[in-house]
Design a protein around this ligand. Sequence first.
Ligand code: NAD
Ligand code: UD1
Length: 333
Amino acid sequence: MKILVTGGTGFIGSHTVVALLEEGHEVVIADNLVNSQRNVVTKIKRITGVKPFFYKVDVADKKSMRKVFSEHKFDAVIHFAGLKAVGESVQKPLLYYRNNLDSTLTLLELMKEFDVKNILFSSSATVYGTPENVPLKEEDPIGGTTNPYGTTKLIIEQILMDFVHANEGFKAVSLRYFNPIGAHPSKLLGESPNDIPNNLMPYISRVANGKLSHLNVFGDDYETPDGTGIRDYVHVLDLANGHVLALKAFSFNHAYNVYNLGTGKGTSVLELVHLYEKANKLKIPYVIGPRREGDIAASYADITKAKNELGFVPHYSVKDACRHAYLFEKKQK
Ligand code: NAD
Ligand code: UD1
């Protein structure tokens, strides 16, 4: 297939582009580089031997995106482009609504104009809000998001549902990622936030690398076995493969479909710290602090649907991801 990948130079996008190219798909990336670098394209070529087409473009810029659509005949779009920092979204809600919603609306309008019928969307487990039960199933209630970032995911899922309902033959699939971690074992691709990381794994990597003195554990008084928060950490290589597999959902009958992508297993903050220490033979100093506002005790996926319908089976362990994340971190300046 020929696939337009928006946000394809970002963390998950770049690994997915590699997986797509390795499967023989043709890839065109559209990214404005607001949170990634152009040299990722060369790194993708070093890994796969193929250089994807690259456009430096804001997906919300209709005129420029029309050029992209008119220069290629796409079979599908994978839509990663978006801003994703939860804290920043609370400070700058309009930026998040403008960027994430406008880019999606523009994309859908152009898909309609150019008769490109299939879209995979990067949603998030955040749409489940505060879960009543874990593991989370796709049919569990969504809503109750606690920040504008999460609300953009919820709204976009609704937009996609309405869009395919109104336009016969169009298909949309929302992939609800749990907690993506790890890096490409080549050390060429990974996650390296510019500022102090908000997410646990990149924060631990900075501590491991000596750039931060210690990890602050956000609360040890949750109702979990060791009192720290439980999440479903999925290796980004497994997640990338999940996108390749999800392309087959376009041949299913449903116009709109949703899949959880995680591992189905929960890991606590302290368990992750210890796995990281074991995987890399080092110590991560940590201090137990107060809870972070908006955090939930436990979130992990039921991945039965993705397994049965797409053949999605994660292959990498959390320990593998810890090893790969540290290999990548050590290569950063
Ligand atoms: P990322 O920031 O590394 O990648 C996003 C890419 O989109 C970046 O390269 C950025 O430059 C680009 N971008 C942003 N706005 C754009 C615009 N208007 N036009 C063109 N390009 C634009 O993030 P990621 O971790 O790879 O996440 C990819 C997607 O998955 C995002 O939509 C994110 O919300 C979603 N997601 C991520 C996680 C996670 O933990 N990483 C979890 C759930 C969902
Ligand atoms: C966060 C976002 C979520 C987003 C997801 C992926 C919040 C409230 N939620 O989820 O919307 O979809 O990232 O981008 O920000 N922790 C520490 N110390 C740290 C960092 C994290 O103890 O320095 C703990 C957290 O309390 C949590 C776990 O580690 O229990 C994972 O945190 P994080 O990596 O930020 O992911 P989420 O909170 O699941």
